[in-house]
Design a protein around this ligand. Structure first.
Ligand code: UDP
Length: 244
């Protein structure tokens, strides 16, 4: 049996990934599939932190368009991530995976507040920790929250689950000739203005030299394959070491 190459991972799941084919909200089938993927990796003994987005329910940018104050809109977006976190928690626990939700905005009747040392303790005990409410601050994204939490908990890697299978030089859903990067540096993402993560998230990950793998989370088994060391998706690193 092969062994996992990572001891502790931070999985970033975007809110949009949870929508499936719906135009908003949570697709219960997709949620279930994601939970199965996570359980598979948990069964290998890998410690798992998860940052979940909220774009399937609410986005700060939409708020402004609707005449809502930007900061209020961002707060609504952060609350949306809590809804997703609770849904994922519930489904994971039904499958026998012990979890904790920690929120960056205090709501103690619902979840624990984010306490770094406590999060690490949960991970050591084999509980999946779902970090909700982003960074707790407006003007940030859950991608930045993912990088921040990954660094704080000392994760080996950030795994960004999306609906495409990696980072391309142009949008593969629009351009059939788009070329995929096997590896790419943080700086090239910034230089080429690729929409992998927002600038704050990329900068923070570069400053702390934490690698990121962008992969297709909708393909069953992909998460496990990555954890077992298969080269899937695109890896963001300080210095590219492979020929593309
Ligand atoms: N958000 C925020 N601060 C954070 C994280 C998120 O204000 O630290 C808000 C922001 O309005 C964002 C929304 O929450 O649009 C949902 O998060 P995001 O768009 O990152 O979710 P995803 O794209 O991953 O679904």
């Amino acid at each position: 049996m092969s062994l996992p190459v990572y001891k502790r991972i931070l999985l970033k799941v975007s809110g949009e990934a949870l929508m499936g084919n719906r135009s908003y909200g949570i697709d219960p089938i997709v949620l279930n599939e994601f939970a199965d993927e996570i359980k598979e990796v948990h069964d290998l003994g890998v410690q798992i932190g998860i940052v979940i987005g909220g774009g399937n329910i609410y986005r700060g940018v939409d708020a402004v368009a609707e005449g809502i104050d930007k900061v209020v809109g961002d707060q609504m977006g952060m609350l949306a991530t809590v809804i997703n976190a609770l849904a994922l928690q519930s489904v994971l626990e039904k499958k026998g995976v012990m979890t904790r939700v920690q929120t960056a905005i205090a709501m103690e009747q619902i979840a624990e507040p984010f306490i770094r040392r406590r999060a690490i303790r949960h991970l050591e005990k084999g509980r999946v920790v779902i970090f909700a409410a982003g960074t707790g601050n407006p003007y940030f994204t859950t991608d930045t929250a993912a990088v921040l939490r990954a660094i704080e908990i000392g994760a080996d890697i950030i795994l960004k689950g999306t609906r495409v299978d990696g980072i391309y030089d142009s949008d593969p859903e629009k351009n059939p000739n788009a070329v995929k990067f096997v590896q790419i540096s943080y700086l090239d993402i910034l230089k080429l203005n690729l929409k992998v993560m927002d600038l704050t998230a990329i900068t923070l990950s570069r400053e702390n030299n934490i690698p990121i793998i962008v992969f297709n989370m909708t393909v069953p088994g992909n998460l496990k394959r990555i954890v077992l060391g298969e080269n899937i998706g695109s890896k963001v690193v300080y210095k590219v070491e492979v020929s593309q």
